[in-house]
Design a protein around this ligand. Structure first.
Ligand SMILES: [Zn+2]
Ligand SMILES: [Zn+2]
Ligand SMILES: [Zn+2]
Length: 131
């Protein structure tokens, strides 16, 4: 997934590069720290603004961790999928949810409930962290 050329500016490019490299959820402060380490002069408020912008363009998704901190990741929120998050290194794998059909059937049959949406996250250890 590339960042389209018509709205690339330097902070957007730098932040998208960091998110693309990491493949895990990063807080704005972590992104800002990475930018500082690379000697990029981007303020924390620019980081927040850029993340908002990328999110509005459907290129970035966010989640709140258990401490209530918001973290961001490159993602295609419009393509329905879920995330399996490694508890050790934070790596995120995309997971589709074909199995949800049978769950929706069971809800309809047993509870009379018509499912029209759901949200799920999965947690565990990724391939690298299992060894
Ligand atoms: Zn995703
Ligand atoms: Zn891992
Ligand atoms: Zn799903």
């Amino acid at each position: 997934m590339g960042i389209r050329a018509d709205y690339v500016t330097r902070p957007r490019e730098l932040i998208a590069n960091i998110l693309g490299r990491e493949q895990r959820f990063l807080s704005a402060a972590e992104i800002h720290h990475d930018l500082e380490a690379a000697h990029a002069k981007v303020s924390l408020s620019t980081v927040y603004r850029t993340l908002d912008y990328l999110q509005s363009k459907g290129e970035v998704t966010s989640r709140s961790d258990s401490a209530g901190e918001t973290a961001f990741m490159l993602c295609e929120p419009e393509r329905h999928h879920h995330h399996a998050i490694c508890r050790v290194c934070g790596r995120v794998e995309d997971v589709d949810c074909a199995a949800m059909d049978s769950f929706a059937d069971a809800l309809r049959t047993h509870n009379g409930f018509e499912l029209d949406g759901h949200a799920m996250e999965f947690f565990g250890r990724c391939r690298a962290c299992r060894t």
